[in-house]
Design a protein around this ligand. Structure first.
Ligand SMILES: Nc1ncnc2c1ncn2[C@@H]1O[C@H](COP(=O)(O)OP(=O)(O)OP(=O)(O)O)[C@@H](O)[C@H]1O
Ligand code: SF4
Ligand SMILES: [Mg+2]
Length: 330
């Protein structure tokens, strides 16, 4: 991993406080970093807080607690300089909603470049052609309208729009979830290529562990607003230590994960975020839950016995049994 580009320390996002409604801690004391040129996956079921975290990073959501740093400097939520806004770009699941159906691909890109004064006027067209080439779209699409493009092409165009601003970090929020598997594979390969060629760092958000496997260096698994496991892709896939990660991995065909017990399957649905269980918030679904899990909330710990996980390429899990799962496997 290169130098740390994005550093989040114990960040929380709370909704509903002002209106007197019961507060929702959609992101609850999350710590995560992304190195320069690194691809970090963020996975979890619907409602786990992935988009809320993404929107915090790009400055849409407010920070309730914690600290964010970018390239060694504090990262404010509001009042970011144009330069800072440019350096962190987001790609959404549905890029169509942010496009003007009356404007061509060229008009969209040229407007962005003009606003940010990145390219002299006479170089706008060739520069836009280069951007399309970068995402492997035919240059002939420059005069097309978004409506005439396929889902995969629109997503490539959305990536080109983000690249137009020459970011250092791309936050890709389910950028290929809505696409067919084969189209999805093409977009994933594109992300890998952009990292390789441009040194771009990417926070790659997905529902599905199978999707992140071949593109990410490291992985963080989120459950009900918190990170329950993180580590390198190799260590988390080879030796998942949180029962939730294990449950997600078991759901992927062709991956063999030893079951935790004879009745090991993860049970039921996540609880309501406004009525979280005491202690470990996964306990209502956990096949290993014991009394301790009800009484104490587990903290992220290094799975091999060192407190912060540094000695194990940072493999951490938030389970009371993260270091003893092997003994618990029946
Ligand atoms: N603006 C908001 N106001 C109130 N609650 C919100 C708001 N945005 C998100 N939430 C709540 O925060 C929680 C996390 O939502 P979020 O969209 O971040 O989840 P997600 O992991 O991105 O889910 P998905 O996989 O479905 O995209 C959910 O309970 C959601 O209802
Ligand atoms: S702390 Fe307990 S309930 Fe939570 S994941 Fe571990 S075993 Fe399951
Ligand atoms: Mg989301």
């Amino acid at each position: 991993m290169g130098e740390r580009l994005l550093e989040l320390s114990d960040v929380s996002v709370v909704f509903g406080r002002r209106r007197g409604a019961s507060a929702i801690r959609a992101v609850d004391r999350v710590s995560l970093d992304v190195g320069a040129g690194e691809i970090v996956g963020l996975v979890g079921e619907s409602g786990s807080g992935k988009s809320t975290l993404a929107r915090l990073i790009v400055g849409i959501n407010e920070l309730a607690e914690g600290e964010m740093r970018f390239d060694g400097m504090p990262l404010p939520v509001s009042g970011r300089s144009a330069q800072l806004r440019r350096r962190i770009q987001m790609v959404f699941q549905d890029p169509f909603s942010s496009l003007n159906p009356r404007m061509s691909v060229y008009q969209h890109l040229a407007e962005l470049l003009r606003v940010h004064e990145l390219v002299p006027r006479h170089q706008l067209r060739p520069h836009c052609e280069e951007l399309l080439e970068m995402v492997h779209l035919p240059v002939g699409l420059l005069d097309a309208r978004p409506r005439s493009m396929s889902g995969g092409q629109r997503q490539r165009f959305a990536i080109a729009r983000a690249l137009a601003l020459e970011p250092d970090l791309l936050v890709a929020d389910e950028a290929c979830s809505a696409l067919d598997v084969s189209v999805q594979a093409g977009i994933i390969a594109l992300f890998a290529e952009l990292r390789r060629e441009l040194g771009l760092a990417i926070l790659f958000i997905a529902h599905d562990l199978a999707v992140v496997r071949h593109v990410c260096d490291r992985l963080a698994v989120m459950y009900m607003g918190q990170i329950v496991e993180r580590g390198t892709i190799e260590s988390v896939f080879a030796d998942p230590r949180h029962p939730y990660t294990r449950g997600l991995l078991q759901a992927i065909p062709r991956i063999s994960v030893a079951p935790l017990s004879a009745t090991s399957a993860m049970r039921g649905e996540p609880p309501s975020i406004t009525r979280l269980p005491s202690g470990c918030r996964f306990r209502s679904r956990c096949p290993l839950a014991v009394e301790l899990c009800e009484q104490q909330q587990p903290q992220l710990i290094g799975v091999n016995g060192d407190g912060d996980g540094d000695g194990d390429a940072g493999h951490l899990a938030a389970c009371h049994f993260a270091r003893t799962h092997d003994q618990l496997k029946l």
